[in-house]
Design a protein around this ligand. Sequence first.
Ligand code: GCV
Length: 710
Amino acid sequence: MNGEEPMAHAAWLPAEAFGALGARRVLVHGEGLLVDTVFDEVAGACAGHGGQVWRTGVGAESGDAPTAGAVRPVAGGSAVGAVDLVLALRGPGPLPAVVARAGTTTGDDGPLGDEGFLLARADDVTVVLADAPAGLLYGLFHLVRLGEAAFDAELPVRRHRPALRRRMLDHWDNVAVHPVMGQVERGYAGGSIFWRDGAARRDAPRIRAYGRLLAGCGVNAISVNNVNVHATEARLLTDRLDEVAWIADALRLYGVRVHLSVTFAAPVVLGDLPTADPLDEKVRDWWATTSAQVYARIPDFGGYLVKADSEGQPGPFSYGRDHADGANLLAEALAPYGGVVHWRAFVYDHRQDWRDRFTDRARAAYDHFAPLDGRFHDNVVLQVKFGPLDFQVREPVSPVIAAMPATRLAVELQVTQEYTGQQRHVCYLGPWWSEVLGFRPWGPGERTVADVLADVPGPGPARGGDLVAVANVGDDPYWCGHPLAQANLYAFGRLAWDPRLDPGAVLDEWIDLTFPPSTSGDPALVRATLHAVMDGSWRTYERYTTPLGVGFMVRPGHHYGPDVDGYEYTPWGTYHFADRDGVGVDRSRATGTGFTGQYPPPWSQVYESREHCPDELLLFFHHVPYSHVLHSGSTVVQHIYDTHFAGVEQVVAMRERWRRLAGTIDPAVYERVGERLDEQVRSATEWRDQLNTYFFRKSGVPDARGRRIH
Ligand code: GCV
């Protein structure tokens, strides 16, 4: 780090995690920027753990390059000694003989793609083979995850390719500190790693370390500024482009491409044009010229991210145009360079009348976008929040995902814990995302959400899509504020690479990497404790916060802590409609907003019916009496009491479990997590007492078990 910055925590890539690889004799073969990165990583690991490394395949004559430090210099191809590991990029020249000796080509049945790799082992050599440099990089980090197992004689031959082509983090970082939202909107990990007080930080070691962590979990794209693009941030597109280019240069070393949030009004605010009308020739020219300048400076620039006609951001509606017109305008400007537009579907009326029970914010994205299916250019990616509302602890999956077969989609998750404890609470979100990605919009036996994104064949043209998440990283020494929130970032990347991974197994990977057994007093205790604290933490969070999918009930503005009626009489469209008789939102077709009709069967019927609707979503879809009996056998109001008491007990138990780790892990991590668990116990208790008291006072129904309600 530079002089003024504290050293950032190593997260899932501490030196110890490279122990198995770094103790070996390694050959890196191939050339290119990312192969250099692989070589540097291996050389660093070997320097620390006593191994040796050679490099071949560089330059026209493919001569071996001498290396330094703990690395044995070699003069020519013949001097490469016996090796334990080869990382080889297939190129025009011959592969090292050892690759053929290892017999990996027998497992080779086709191209590995831009990011894939083949892992094989024979003749006591482990081989990673890739067709493109990024594949070698991901292969390297796969070896790190495997540790000693990568050198097991029985290691099976396996091809690895990411399910999703773009695995992207959106930073909601402001360049200038926003008077209300601060440096990072919904940021819970200190300041921005990119920007401070209006200036670029240019903290090279930190950004490099970030790129490394991203590659280490499979993320290959980021956007570097908030989707709410204010005056200062708008200029990143033009006169402040150098600052974006600097970040792109730093992250390129780890295969991460940079995207930029832009304002739809850019031609007006930056270009002095009188209009930003997407059908105006001058506006089109302005975007074309501006985009050409961006690519002249950043040839591998990813593209634009746009929040339009949403929460006050400008958009095509101002000109009587629709969102296909708006998105296609930018898509055309980016197309010559292979760039994409991520166009957000988060469009709704945030000036709603709370008295009106039929205008439904949940309907808005589908109502706006489903009619536009087929109109978007091929390099438009419609970015849809995973649920119809806003990253709640429980929501149904957005019906937009099933409604746009002719449109490329990105599903947007929220790694930053805006509504899930703001990185003060332990809330491992892997299981929740896994449920979302595994949801089958067309019912059992049909494709999952992940299949839709991954282009698994089904009805409609194959389009392919992305998984995107709002980042949870800041300049906090632990990156995420809460050290255990690092697991959410890691799990996002891993699930985007392979959505079928079991989130519990992903947690195991993260534990082994982040808390290497060699550094802990009692590895088995560390692993068991982290599982006990984290495995069920999302469901625990759900228990002590909003019940049965009803959502919100958070303090308006900052969204931390309970305030049951905080949003009830506001224009934001996030209501629960609790009265003396019952609670929940009637979104049925029969008597409510009709939202259930946005789903294909069977869900349109399942959600329509009070009887068949899953308990955990009942209040999202129905307004029911407190006496309504759930599938669990409990009444709604008794369920609220029981889950809130249970949730707090579970948080208290989490804290007890954590305390058993005293003396076994890094004391600073132990302390930081301990402090946050104290706050989690306090906050969960506050949630329990407010929620239980509120529903007791509304309903007059006492707790069947006679516990204390205020
Ligand atoms: C960046 C929610 C958040 C806002 C965020 C918005 C969005 O409303 O509270 O901070 O704005 O979502 O996703 O655009």
